[in-house]
Design a protein around this ligand. Structure first.
Ligand SMILES: [Fe+2]
Ligand SMILES: [Fe+2]
Length: 237
């Protein structure tokens, strides 16, 4: 498996240098210090591969909420500068597509194929990863336009966001409820534990020590910029 760390480091450096404005929140990725956020729970040590992948889906869900909010603003014809959306698309590319999905493609899908289990599901999930990457490229490109001057660009962005949301919600729900629970039954207990450790090690290599929490903090910063961070706003009054 190719080591993606250099790419990820390039990304961190680029986003740090980009600094002012566009990708400020992503700088947190490159910060070698331990996260300071109040959201950070004490890392309780080992977690299973399924827990690791499912909490990554939690991050994806929060990014989907950021996409939802942009879609809402587009539909309401409210303006936005695109920097938060561009950062969200970057995190989807580097954390979800190039890391999380790569774990699924390198460590889960081949084992299901070898075991002859859920092969049709694996085929669909893989095709969806590919389709998702095409949409992310579109979203990233359109988000980085200084302003969406043309109605056609706004429409294109709206369509891409809608398609991404429609793709990923059922995708991750099926993985959480079918693929990940079945994974435990096709590998030995020893292999399962070892994979959990491998996943965490890889995450730390790519995103820094306790990398998961750094990514969560970065996403939280984007939510704050958008005004969707305060959880209590979603409680029915
Ligand atoms: Fe997936
Ligand atoms: Fe997934």
């Amino acid at each position: 498996m190719p080591d993606l760390a250099p790419n990820r480091r390039d990304f961190l450096q680029r986003t740090s240098i980009a600094g002012a404005g566009l990708l400020v929140p992503v700088i947190a990725f490159a910060n070698p210090q331990k996260p300071q956020s109040s959201e950070k729970e004490k890392d309780s040590g080992k977690i299973s591969p399924a827990e690791d992948l499912m909490r990554e889906h939690g991050v994806l869900n929060r990014l989907l909420l950021i996409y939802d909010e942009h879609l809402r603003r587009l539909t309401a014809k409210q303006t936005f500068d695109g920097s938060v959306l561009a950062s969200a698309a970057d995190i989807i590319r580097h954390f979800v597509e190039e890391y999380h999905e790569k774990l699924e493609e390198d460590f889960l899908f081949p084992r299901f194929r070898k075991a002859g289990k859920l092969v049709n599901l694996v085929d669909t999930l893989l095709a969806q990863h590919k389709a998702g990457r095409v949409l992310t490229a579109q979203i990233r490109e359109l988000a980085s336009l200084a302003t969406l001057k043309y109605v056609s660009d706004s429409d294109k962005l709206g369509d891409a966001l809608r398609a991404f949301l429609r793709l990923y919600r059922p995708h991750e729900a099926r993985e959480d409820t079918v693929l990940f629970p079945a994974f435990r039954s096709i590998v030995s207990a020893h292999e399962y534990d070892a994979l959990g450790e491998d996943f965490e090690k890889k995450e730390d290599e790519l995103f820094g020590e306790e990398g998961f929490f750094k990514v969560v903090d970065t996403v939280a910063d984007l939510e704050k910029k958008l005004g969707i961070y305060d959880l209590s706003q979603f409680t029915p009054k």
